[in-house]
Ligand binder design. Structure first.
Ligand code: NZQ
Ligand code: ZN
Length: 387
C-alpha cells in the first residue's frame, strides 16, 4: 500500500429535520453576518427556504440567489461583492453541488482584491489567504462536495469548466435525506451515476494491494446500484435517499482514494461536454463511462475489471468473460435509470468541438497519467463512439 495523508474536519450532521434545532448554532458560532446562497428556487418550492429563514431569525442575513447548475464565475463574482460589502462572517449554502461549489470559491474571494477567476486558474493563491467558513445544507446526493475541498466552476466566455481546490472542506454539513425527496428523476439518476463514476475513477487505479480501498469502493458501488432504482420508483423512500446521500459523501471525501496513483479520466472528458454544451454532469458521465471502460480494458487491466465484475456485479466465469460482461452490465444499469446513452440524446449532434475539447481534457486532466493513459486522438475517438 502507498503512503498517504488523510485529514477531513467537516462536522457531519446526518439525519432528518436536524436543521430546525441545530442550524442556528452551527452558523452563528462563526458570527452574525450571514450570506445565504441558493439556486434557482427549488428550496422555495419545497419549503426549506422558510425553515432556514426561521432558524436564522435575528441574525443579519444577506441573500445570493440564482446560482445555476454548472455554476458560472459570474455568480461567484456577485457573491464576492456581497461578502465584501456586508463583511460576511459565514456563508450558508443551501442546495446541490453547484451552490456549494460556488460558495467555496466565494469563501476565498472575500479576501481577494481582484477577479475570482484568477483563483480558479491558480488555486495555490487560495491557500495563502483566510477563508470565510462554509456551512451547507445538501439537497441533492451526487458530488461529495459536502465533505471535500473541491469546486468546479464554469466560464462561458472561455468555454472552460475547471476544478479549483481550497484549503478546507465545509465546516458543517447538514445531510438530511428527506430534503432530497423532491429531486427529479433526471437529477436523481444523474446524481447516482455521478457517485458511481467517482467510485469507478478511484477503483480503476494502478496502485496495487490496497484491499481496504477496493473493498470500500465495491461496497459503495453495490449500495448505489441497489438504491438508485428504488429512489427513482419511490422518491420518498428514506432508506434509498439516505444510502445515496451517505454514499455520495463517502465517495468523494478523500477516504476511498487514499493511496491511489493515477489521475481521473472520465471526469475531465465530461467537464468539456458541460463546458461547451452545459449538459447535466452525471448524464454526461453515464454516456462516456461504458465507452471509456471498453477503451481501458486490455490484457493488463483485465483482472481488475474481472474483480469489478465479481465483487460489484456478482458475475461468475473466467476473467475475460467477466471483464467484458461487467462493462455490459454497467451500461445496462445506467440505461435502466432512464437517461440518454448517447451524445445525440443530449443534443450534441456533430463533432465540431471534439478536437478542442479533447486537447483541453488531456492537458487539464493530465490524462497521460490516467489509469490507462489517453492521448488527444483517444479522447476524440471516445467522443465519436459516444455520438
Ligand atoms: O437550482 P435549484 O432550483 O436548487 O435546482 C437544482 C438544479 O436545477 C435542482 N435541485 C437541487 N436540489 C433539489 C433540486 N430540485 C428539487 N429538489 C431538490 N432537493 O437540481 C438541479 C441540479 O443541481 P446541481 O447543484 O447542479 O446538481 P449536482 O449536485 O449534481 O451538482 C453538479 C455540479 O457539481 C460539479 C459538477 O461538475 C456540476 O457542476 N461537481 C462537483 C464536484 C466536487 N465539488 O467535488 C465533483 C463532481 O464530480 C462534479 O464535477
Ligand atoms: Zn462527478
Amino acid at each position: 500500500m502507498e503512503n498517504f495523508t488523510f485529514k477531513n474536519a467537516t462536522d457531519i450532521r446526518f439525519g432528518a429535520n436536524r436543521i430546525d434545532s441545530e442550524l442556528r448554532d452551527a452558523v452563528s458560532q462563526f458570527g452574525q453576518n450571514i450570506l445565504l446562497a441558493y439556486g434557482g428556487g427549488s428550496i422555495k418550492k419545497s419549503g426549506l427556504y422558510d425553515r432556514v429563514i426561521k432558524a436564522l431569525d435575528g441574525l443579519n442575513v444577506v441573500e445570493l440567489s440564482g446560482i445555476e447548475p454548472n455554476p458560472k464565475i459570474e455568480s461567484v463574482r456577485d457573491g464576492q461583492q456581497l461578502a465584501k460589502d456586508n463583511d460576511i462572517d459565514v456563508i450558508l449554502a443551501v442546495g446541490g453541488g453547484s451552490v456549494i461549489d460556488a460558495v467555496k470559491l466565494i469563501a476565498s474571494s472575500k479576501f481577494y482584491a481582484s477577479d475570482p477567476w484568477d483563483l480558479v486558474l491558480d488555486s495555490s493563491k487560495r491557500f495563502e489567504m483566510p477563508q470565510v467558513p462554509v456551512v451547507d445544507i445538501l439537497t441533492l446526493s451526487a458530488t461529495g462536495t459536502e465533505m471535500n475541498a473541491g469546486s468546479v466552476i464554469s466560464n462561458p466566455d472561455t468555454n472552460q469548466k475547471l476544478d479549483t481546490f481550497g484549503p478546507n472542506t465545509p465546516a458543517v454539513s447538514f445531510l438530511d435525506p428527506t430534503l432530497t425527496y423532491s429531486v427529479s428523476k433526471w437529477q436523481t439518476a444523474a446524481g447516482a451515476i455521478d457517485i458511481f463514476s467517482h467510485l469507478a475513477e478511484q477503483y480503476f487505479d494502478t496502485a496495487q494491494n490496497n484491499d481496504v480501498k477496493s473493498g470500500m469502493i465495491e461496497g459503495l458501488m453495490r449500495t448505489v446500484i441497489k438504491w438508485a432504482p428504488v429512489a427513482l420508483k419511490d422518491p420518498n423512500n428514506y432508506d434509498a435517499r439516505a444510502n445515496l446521500m451517505w454514499a455520495s459523501t463517502l465517495g468523494l471525501n478523500g477516504l476511498v482514494g487514499t493511496g491511489n496513483a493515477n489521475e481521473w479520466t472520465v471526469h475531465p472528458i465530461e467537464h468539456e461536454l458541460s463546458a461547451y454544451y452545459d449538459i447535466t454532469h452525471g448524464v454526461g458521465l453515464g454516456i462516456l463511462t461504458p465507452h471509456w471502460m471498453r477503451f481501458a480494458l486490455n490484457a493488463d487491466t483485465q483482472s481488475l475489471f474481472a474483480n469489478f465484475g465479481r465483487h460489484v456485479w456478482q458475475l461468475d466465469g473466467d476473467n475475460a468473460t467477466i471483464a467484458q460482461a461487467a462493462i455490459d452490465t454497467t451500461a445496462e444499469w445506467i440505461s435502466s435509470l432512464e437517461v440518454p446513452m448517447t451524445l445525440t440524446g443530449v443534443g450534441i449532434e456533430n463533432n465540431e468541438h471534439f478536437e478542442a475539447m479533447a486537447t483541453s481534457a488531456v492537458s487539464v486532466g493530465h490524462l497521460d497519467h490516467g489509469f490507462v493513459p489517453m492521448a488527444v486522438a483517444d479522447v476524440v475517438a471516445l467522443y465519436e463512439a459516444s455520438i
